[in-house]
Design a binder for this molecule. Structure first.
Ligand code: C5P
Length: 206
């Protein structure tokens, strides 16, 4: 079964790319960040801190596919807390099976550790990144469109903190898989990114 693993930094464009590739190749798509966001959201709903390991594990155990459709998962606060729960090794272990089961049937997964931990044998591995200021700008526009009022400076600060946490955690840190194709989207449109990725994928598997 063909697996396309897309990893990268926050707001680099990997989600937009994943969805576009899924529709182009008619493959199932999983945004794995939503799993961590759903755990964070459950903790916030029950007024538990993302640092509460026992409650975080319980929340991760209960995650179901419907939870990934909760609209609040898009919010800035959920995103910040998601990167905190994602640092718990035990939470990652609980969410592993969901991701492996999805990948078994073939598909496109995007996240931080897809090419390195979840699907190390993926046929295609892409790593998507862009300059922090550009990513913060994109995220700022997205949050404003969702009626969240937050300054650009705060978005940039939160993004830098999340990148640091994601890259430096002990378990499954964000890093570039050895065979990953790197796409820097700083000066690219979403269409450019799609075309670039499509060329890479077609040259490998289609
Ligand atoms: O991609 P997204 O911004 O939705 O991810 C939210 C958080 O979930 C990330 O900051 C990261 O800490 C965590 N995550 C992860 N591994 C993944 C996907 C997301 O650790 N495969």
């Amino acid at each position: 079964m063909t697996v396309i693993a897309i990893d990268g930094t926050f707001a680099s464009g990997k989600g937009t790319l994943g969805k576009r590739l899924a529709s182009h190749y008619k493959m199932p798509y999983l945004d794995t960040g939503k799993l961590y966001r759903a755990v964070a959201y459950k903790l916030m709903e029950t007024k538990n801190s993302p640092e509460n390991l026992v409650e975080a594990i319980n929340a991760a155990k209960e995650i179901k596919p419907e939870d990934l459709k909760i609209p609040e998962l898009k919010s800035g606060n959920v995103a910040v807390n998601a990167s905190k729960v994602a640092a718990h090794v035990e939470v990652r272990k609980e969410l592993l099976k969901f991701q492996k089961d999805f990948a078994k049937k073939g598909g496109i997964l995007d996240g931080r550790d897809i090419g390195t931990v979840i699907c190390p044998d993926a046929e295609v591995k892409l790593f998507i990144d862009a300059k922090s200021e550009i990513r913060a700008h994109r995220r700022h526009l997205e949050l404003n469109a969702n009626q969240e009022s937050i300054s650009f400076e705060t978005v940039l600060k939160q993004l830098t903190e999340r990148d640091t946490r994601d890259m430096n955690r002990k378990n499954a840190p964000l890093k570039i898989a050895a065979t990953a194709h790197i796409i820097d989207t700083t000066d690219m449109t979403a269409n450019d990114v799609f075309e670039n990725a499509r060329e890479i994928i077609d040259s490998i598997i289609f």
